[in-house]
Design a binder for this molecule. Structure first.
Ligand SMILES: [Zn+2]
Ligand SMILES: [Zn+2]
Length: 136
């Protein structure tokens, strides 16, 4: 998503575009993909925006999640922010912690009574490289 597209979405929600928010939006629009914890993003962004607080970063990240600009899921312990908002699942290696995107080809779910808001598909296991190490 381009910076302009993200700004349009924020404007439609009447969100004020502060300097800090703009810096985060610019950064997000440059990142096409990747999976990050908030603290990793904070380490990168606080260099560009020294006055940034982790609380502000969290609030902007969750705002962008609400607007469908980015995606957030849990690896079971922490929240991972994903710059690819298209529906997909994740494979997480329990040895090295690597996260890989998994295409969802077919998913049949039972009916949910109530309002369905989000599906998180996380597959846990051991990646190819770690499997090789075990064998050696
Ligand atoms: Zn691994
Ligand atoms: Zn992903």
């Amino acid at each position: 998503m381009t910076t302009e597209e993200i700004i349009e979405r924020l404007k439609s929600k009447k969100v004020k575009l502060t300097t800090q928010r703009m810096e985060i939006i610019k950064f997000v629009s440059e990142m096409k993909e990747g999976h990050f914890e908030a603290k990793e993003l904070f380490a990168i962004l606080s260099k560009k925006v020294p006055s940034l607080s982790i609380a502000t970063l969290y609030s902007v990240l969750y705002l962008l999640v609400d607007l469908g600009v980015i995606y957030a899921f849990s690896d079971g312990q922490k929240t991972i922010f994903d710059f690819n908002p298209e529906p997909h699942g994740h494979f997480i290696c329990r040895e090295c912690g690597k996260i890989e995107d998994v295409e969802i080809r077919e998913l049949k779910l039972g009916e949910v009574k109530g309002k369905r808001e989000k599906i998180e598909l996380v597959i846990k296991g051991i990646c190819e490289e770690c499997l090789k190490k075990v064998k050696d």
